[in-house]
Write a protein that binds this ligand. Structure first.
Ligand SMILES: [Zn+2]
Length: 409
């Protein structure tokens, strides 16, 4: 009995020691980010607001929209109010709305925020699918107040205004369907988010005799669209009809969960899931259904073959590869160094920005390493990177990874 009590105490000490170590917030995290039990969120009213004197109307009645209020200041000036789903929250101040008018006119829209400040340069679209940045002469920002001012030429045709291209769950459904048409790609829905949206899963392989695996996830954070653009190119490159990719698919299985936080994305959140939680701080406690589903799906897959590499795509102010600390031993030694060296060889003009870090925070990268001994990288893409640059780097990064993994086994 005594022995059992001592063992229990020892286990408790070990577990609580680990939990303390694995629950460090990151330097830029707001208070409470590593508390991942459910928090209350505020739902934005979904509505269309019209002004009879000018014929102007705005709407947030679409997936990915974020517009909490909108009012008229004078004949041509309006204020848009943008709030996060809850706070404190990382300053990823997402906004998206549609605007039109009875007759053509130029309007000024002041973007104002609570619990955050202006971050994303406005993108415009006439159809919700193809986007271009707002002309710079039509944009100004007030850094002291954290606001931005947009001049918009509007008329009877809808103009979409958004922090980034709208890449909502519908676009992910199209993406997985597109790839699932290939004979070596299999699509499944492995579970559902808190609000019942599907969590998509892709399995890529050409042989049952594969020797190792690569796990890929993205979009834990709703506004991080450039990470999604990189992920899509990266995965398409793994699926391309080329000798390298064909050889790779004979030897490796790739498992992809491209949209981990569909609720946050479709609800136009700044950071969190429908329970107000930063999912990329829940990889130790697993309080949220989305992280539990990813955990269970990958843990099951890892039963029979080793996991050599894991990638989690995100966005931030600049391109950066958050890698593991150099003293950590992974299934394939120094595979991350070899990957980044190969990427440099393929893109000599691309300055590789690598930032290795320890295991202190409850992020997916650390879970991939601690659970599977996999090399793991958080692949961060700059918010305002030119989109053709994102594609060029992601394509080279995928080819570099295939090459070094094939050389290593
Ligand atoms: Zn992120």
């Amino acid at each position: 009995m005594m022995q059992r009590a001592i063992l229990g105490l020892l286990l408790f000490t070990l577990v609580s020691g680990c939990s303390h170590r694995a629950l460090q917030p990151l330097s830029y995290d707001p208070p409470g980010s590593t508390v991942t039990t459910d928090k209350a969120i505020e739902f934005q009213p979904r509505r269309t607001i019209s002004f009879s004197n000018t014929g102007v109307a705005v709407s947030n009645e679409f997936e990915g929209a974020r517009l909490n209020d909108f009012w008229q200041v004078n004949d041509s000036v309006y204020t848009a109010l943008i709030l996060p789903e809850n706070h404190p929250v990382n300053n990823s101040a997402w906004y998206a709305f549609k605007i039109w008018a009875r007759s053509p006119q130029r309007v000024t829209v002041n973007l104002t925020y609570r619990h955050g400040t202006h971050r994303y340069y406005p993108k415009l679209s006439r159809d919700g699918r193809s986007w271009a940045p707002l002309d710079s002469s039509f944009f100004s920002r007030d850094t002291a107040n954290g606001t931005a001012t947009l001049k918009l030429d509007i008329g009877p045709d809808t103009l979409w205004v958004s922090a980034q291209e709208l890449m909502t769950s519908r676009r992910f459904a199209e993406f997985v369907d597109e790839l699932a048409r290939l004979p070596f790609v299999h699509k499944r829905i492995v579970g559902h988010s808190r609000m019942g949206r599907p969590l998509f899963f892709l399995e890529i392989r050409e042989s049952d005799a594969f020797q190792g695996q690569v796990f890929i996830i993205s979009r834990q954070h709703p506004p991080e669209v450039t990470g999604t653009l990189a992920l899509m190119t990266f995965v398409r490159t793994l699926c391309e009809d080329a000798p390298l990719a064909r050889r790779f698919r004979q030897k490796f299985r790739v498992a992809v969960m491209p949209l981990v936080n569909p609720d946050g994305v479709d609800m136009g959140h700044w950071r969190h899931n429908a329970a107000g939680v930063d999912l990329n701080r829940d990889w130790f406690q697993f309080n949220q259904p989305e992280t539990r589903i990813v955990r269970d799906t990958f843990t099951e897959l890892a039963q029979d073959r080793p996991v050599y590499f894991a990638l989690d795509f995100h966005s931030t102010q600049e391109d950066v590869f958050y890698t593991l600390a150099k003293d950590l031993k992974t299934n394939l030694p120094e595979i991350t160094d070899r990957w980044l060296a190969k990427l440099h060889e393929l893109l000599p003009d691309y300055p590789i920005n690598e930032s290795p870090s320890g295991l202190g925070s409850p992020v997916s990268k650390n879970w991939f390493y601690q659970t599977f001994n996999a090399a793991a990288v958080t692949y961060e893409v700059g918010d305002e990177d030119p989109r053709d640059h994102i594609h060029r780097v992601a394509q080279a990064a995928a080819r570099a990874l295939m090459q070094v993994l094939l050389e290593a086994i």
